[in-house]
Write a protein that binds this ligand. Sequence first.
Ligand code: AMP
Ligand code: ZN
Length: 514
Amino acid sequence: MTLKLHNTLTGNTDDFVSREPNKVSLYTCGPTVYDYLHVGNWAAYIYWDILVRVLAANDFAVDRVMNITDVGHLVSDADEGEDKLEKGAQREGKTAWEVADFYSQDFLKNSDRLGLVTPQHIAKATDFIPQQLELVRTLKAKGFTYQIDDGIYFDTSKFPTYADFAHLNLEALQAGARVKFNPQKRNHSDFALWKFTPAGEKRDMEWQTPSDLLEARRVATSGAAPDSADATSGRESGADSSTGPASVMGFPGWHLECSAMAMSILGETLDIHTGGIDHIPVHHTNEIAQSEAATGKRFSNYWLHNNHLKVDGTKISKSLGNGYTLDDLEKKGFMPQDYRMFVLQSHYRTEGNFTFDNLTAAKNRLHNWHNSAALRHQIHDTLHDDDNRGVDDKAVSLYATSRALVEALSNDLGTPEALMIIDEAFSRLASAKLESIHRHALVELLETIDDTLGLQLLGNSPDISDDAKRLIIKRTQARNNKDWSQSDTLRDELLDQGIIIRDTLGGSVWEYAA
Ligand code: AMP
Ligand code: ZN
């Protein structure tokens, strides 16, 4: 089986070939932890969870980094505006460190509740400051950086393929952005690698800028930004440049964080890098430029991007208050797994639309699947399962379903097709006689669904109690005796225990009440 993935780098759905056989290094751009994640953010992480699971199903050992951006992500991706963490701190009357810690914990807790596979490395940007400064040092030594009043910038004109990844028209961007253009920047697309704490300000999160990274042109004044200087000409300003560079506090740019963490943990070339489509023109374009400028090697062989989720057909935005959190959904009676099912119903490259009707449909589908999974408690094990593989038609089709499911997912994470394959198999079971269902094949299918889609069907479809089973037997006897009133009483007793009975041609089947 070949695994096919849509690679933004080539624009094609390509056969996936890893750098080393059966091993994959994977980097996922993680959350900025200044607030609760909304349903759109969670959709992204659910899709990348499917990628990890499908890689495993294709016999790859995955080494994965997910970052946590706890500093440096400014309100505007173009290096302007406040740091989202510092802004969150003001909003909540806490320090940026407290805000980062609180929302990181919340992210990890809810990742667990959604059944997201825990990455091998969860990397906080604030834990990788030396690695980020080292990358700036390398870029400076290679002549890719320049310094202006508010920080050290990457000169994108020195990286000739800068526009390629996102097919940018730099001239048009430059012309269109004249108003907002920081006049000290050499090119509109240049971005901050390291920003200075503004003069007279004290940030919660700031680090000493190493003196060798600074232009030697001003007197040291702790906490102050360098003097305004015409960095492009290299002209030094300040009264006494002979005293050496200033002591300047600063913090990393968001793009720098991802490159430094990815390369320091996984190496200079990754197999796969993932993120949202919003990352293509700026964040990932900048990651590629600075990483490849530093190493001279390709940064990642495959780039995967998820499309965005809308809510009621509208972009998710704070001002509209439509950025529902998992807690919001739970208050309305939806569990994290219902939301996972909702996300899987759309392909990761199509634009999703969240509505409570769509979520209800997903919840109902998952409920039906729990009932199909519960059939395994109602069938006897067949001995010599292996001998039956080629004989039992129903079993053969279930084994084939497991394979078809992995194949659909291996075709660029085809989750909607995978769900349809499962629906078809389960509807065949619903009309089958219980004794014709091959228990081992059913269990194997359920395991495959749980492994690849993370829906936790086995864990969420428990057997009923012996007491309930006795009631079912009594009810069957009452029906056989045509004692309808006794049969109805027993049916109600079962319903009180959350169990309904479906009478089929092949006998009675119990199900969980909705
Ligand atoms: P942020 O915390 O803003 O960096 O976003 C975290 C992740 O969520 C990023 O990978 C974004 O691309 C992704 N994301 C943000 N909004 C949406 C959305 N509406 N639908 C899908 N993914 C989103
Ligand atoms: Zn990133």
